[in-house]
Ligand binder design. Sequence first.
Ligand SMILES: NC(=O)c1ccc[n+]([C@@H]2O[C@H](COP(=O)([O-])OP(=O)(O)OC[C@H]3O[C@@H](n4cnc5c(N)ncnc54)[C@H](O)[C@@H]3O)[C@@H](O)[C@H]2O)c1
Length: 459
Amino acid sequence: MKFKKNILCIGAGYVGGPTMAVIAAKCPDLKVNVVDVNAERIQAWNSDRLPIFEPGLLDVVREARGRNLSFSTDIAAGIREADIIFVSVNTPTKTFGHGAGMASDLQYWEKTAYEIVAHSDRAKIIVEKSTLPVRTAEAMERILQENKKGLRFEVVSNPEFLAEGTAVKDLLEPDRVLIGSRQTEEGRKAAEEIVGIFARWVPGDRIITTNLWSAELSKLVANAFLAQRISSINSISALCEKTGADVSEISYAVGSDRRIGPRFLSASIGFGGSCFKKDILNLVYIARSYGLAEVADYWQAVIRMNEYQQDRFVQTIIREMFHTVVGKKIALLGFAFKADTGDTRESPGIYVARKLLEERAILAISDPQALDNARRDLAGLAGEVDYAADPYRAADGAQALAVITEWRDFQALDYEKVFASMRKPAFVFDGRNILDHRRLFEIGFNVYPLGKPSLTHFA
Ligand SMILES: NC(=O)c1ccc[n+]([C@@H]2O[C@H](COP(=O)([O-])OP(=O)(O)OC[C@H]3O[C@@H](n4cnc5c(N)ncnc54)[C@H](O)[C@@H]3O)[C@@H](O)[C@H]2O)c1
């Protein structure tokens, strides 16, 4: 079959894979090829054991794979054939040199620019899908202009707003698709091409076109605002624990104001994931590099509050378990940074596990999707860790349960059975406020929710 256009995506990760699968499923007349340097990942995309867990993703991949969706490691051939190239490589926080711990590490992204130049023999539209510092497109344009063949590349910014755990739904029914371009005739034409792809299934009023810099910066700002809501409510959870107020009641009361809204107002052990912290750090770095110290400090506080909340959780466990957890088995319920994903990047679970191991606790970790990643995250740490797919096994002989991830599976456990198998006095530290605290207390647990009064049997 002759396809109308060839689309390439460089980077087959949490964003590139699902995004391209949905484009291919919705546009059977477009050929979509996804390439990656990681051969193991590509092999997994070509199998029924996908490299990432996302509800509904396997069905979408199966629908399009072999028809108009392919996964490959041949980056050069992919570039040669493509009319439109999405770049969806990782842009983690820099760990070395100037800006270490704050700025974006753009080495993977920059490498793709040189590869595009090397393997292109006709003009193409380059779409920034990765989250990038504002004005990065300018650097991409400069590298692409250096080609000896006189080719003109138009760079468009199309940041991705999907959330892990709901990626397929978010891609099928996005709140908005954002497309930024140069405000020139060629720039607008390139943007129109990309609009044309999404317009196949996204209503026109949800497709926003802006200038390049607004699109790039909007992505960082959206993540900063979302993380800020979590840090805001988490700061109040600490105050609730001192005052007897209940943070869930406050969330409900405050979120009922339509100007505020109810979402992202649940107190928790804090946000994780590969994006929030990295993108705010980047925003802080950018603000500082423009000399905007107050702006940088303002956003930095969102991260500081997140670290404080994770640490508070660990300190509560140690304090309430009589100031020592040495040799005590603690079951961590969940390890993924949130439910419905196996992703553990920046998960609060990593911090909690590391701190408890330093205190010489014995850990048993149970998670429906994240145990392989958990093993990798904790490899090399001193101490005893058992990875148990079965939560009952994790709880067996433990003295405390600590809820790290809001998996619904944990709400459905038989807590009478769990309690019976545990050492007494038995504790529950609910880092997500998902369990029925009153019921657990009645069973015999000493219960420590977040941001609300604890329920204990101690006099
Ligand atoms: N994960 C999310 O929820 C999410 C949401 C929105 C935006 N983003 C942004 O999207 C981008 C990608 O994130 P991700 O979570 O998919 O990352 P990821 O690490 O899962 O995937 C990136 C992939 O790019 C590949 N890669 C790196 N350099 C390459 C090169 N030169 N050639 C070919 N492949 C290369 C890596 O091997 C990896 O498989 C990041 O900028 C991130 O900030 C992520």
